[in-house]
Design a protein around this ligand. Sequence first.
Ligand code: MTE
Ligand code: MO
Length: 215
Amino acid sequence: MLGLGVAGVAVGASVQQKLSSALAPAGPIGDVLPAAGGFRYYTVTGSVKKRTPATWRMDVNGLVNAPRTFTMADLARLPQTVLDKDFQCVTGWRVPDVRWVGVALPDLLQAVGVSPAAKAVRFSSFDGTYTESLTLDQARRRDVLVATQMEGGPVSHDHGGPVRLYVAPMYGYKSLKWLGGIELTDKVRPGYWEHRGYDVDAWVGRSNGRDDAPT
Ligand SMILES: Nc1nc2c(c(=O)[nH]1)N[C@H]1C(S)=C(S)[C@@H](COP(=O)(O)O)O[C@H]1N2
Ligand SMILES: [Mo]
């Protein structure tokens, strides 16, 4: 027991905080507490059926030249982008300096060819409910990732793996978990939280979001 305790101290406060806050419930109790400096696990759908790297697929379609279904191996063959950036939920908790690895969205879009009529991108989750959107200009930023790694390992199931979106300049609700589909559309179709009052443009640091946010 003593050995475990010493190891716990050696791991350091930030990792300990990340772990303990990750274990806290994602409901209202977690949210009225001061931000502990670590991730919380969010899901609007309850438990989500796991997909492994072998079974994961992502359809990319809509206003593209070559609609295509991607596997993890397909993603691995595209250029890989590394970002060290903060993750911030609109409710106040923030995790500084997280390492993300994946395919920058513009590189993925280039692989399918965006048709001139496309103006926006719609993302859907294989949880069956959650959706998100970006304008095409936002989607062409190099700090928007189709992420396959997080904090030095695969994106865990609880964090939305095997593949999630990471939209670095915007609040966490844009970073859709359990990514299963990307559709190019002629206009922005507001996503899950945007139907419930959040701003479609979720830039961190500009006034947006809601005061009475439920999660
Ligand atoms: N599919 C899905 N994606 C989601 C959510 C969700 O409930 N379901 N919550 C969003 C919100 S509000 C935040 S802050 C982040 C939280 O990511 P985490 O659970 O990995 O900490 O995921 C975002 N993506
Ligand atoms: Mo959030």
